[in-house]
Design a protein around this ligand. Sequence first.
Ligand SMILES: *Cc1c(COP(=O)(O)O)cnc(C)c1O
Length: 354
Amino acid sequence: MSWEENVRRVVPYTPGKQPKAGEKVIKLNTNEFPYAPSPKVREALSKIDPEEFRLYPSTTAEPLTSAIADYYGFKADEVFVGVGSDDVLSMAFLTFFHSKLPVLFADITYSFYDVWAEVYGIPYETIPLSSKFQLVKEDYFRANGGIVIANPNAPTSLCINGGLSALEEILQKNPDSVVIIDEAYIDFGGETALPLIRKYDNLLVVRTFSKSRAFAGVRIGFAIGNKKLIGYLNDVKFSVNSYTMGRPVIALGLAALSDEEYFKESTKRVINTRERTKKELSGLGFNVLDSQTNFVFCSHSAKRASDIFEELKKRNIYVRYFNKPRIDDHLRITVGTDQEMESLITALKEILCL
Ligand SMILES: *Cc1c(COP(=O)(O)O)cnc(C)c1O
């Protein structure tokens, strides 16, 4: 008998490659925001007083939780704040998926869902998207231990066909399980499920500051749902680690949330760049899916995705390639600044000999 027999062994999630310090790359591989956060964040940062670091923070990340609640028109007890939405989703899996029936999610979606299911020992089943990478709502009209849907989806960049009414149908057919909608990219397109929270007490909507608020390095995510759901989520969180969010992060989150003008303007810029990039990539022979996110998912008619990926890497341009069934002919490319996308297009022309 070896101690290794008692180890909880898992195959971890593989994040996109991070450049080494000082390495100059065009980083289009982890869907980070290409612009700095609001100037109000810098101002808030300069006002943080280390004197307060002696004291534990609020266990519920107040006053950030209340500010998020106000912003979206909910009450503080309907909001749960975590250290990025990965933390929120992980806690939600642990809290709500405690059935013997399998949790359902798509075969092609955020690749952390099956990792959490594995580490927590949650039974799950992946449901194939259609050949056009669309979710088939009828596949979710069956007994299950929970449902997770990323809308818009990653890495496909697509919104659910049929929009909010399709999601509502799934909710109507599943009153006995918790349905999580992961809206990491909703600020770049698609319809939010937040209004459905008033009608369905089993709906949890998860969001993040990482993508649209340029906060990937700060780590803020949150969930909104019925207060009973949020209560259960807090019970589990307080049983694992009650002080997850530090005081500086709470202060910076408040500042980011307070600058609506900057948020609107900067997300619009990314959307405009995305639309231009879609056209340019199509012009180079790429089949580009109709992205509603801050990345595009595309395949090329003549050259293998893995080859393009390697060639781009040689030119210090990082994109994401998934060596997985059904999508190994695709690339996921984050929308960067206009200048970064121009460099990408120039490199691609060279690689494709155009
Ligand atoms: C990026 C992402 C997340 C997690 O982001 P955090 O940085 O942990 O907030 C969650 N879901 C999807 C679909 C994502 O793409």
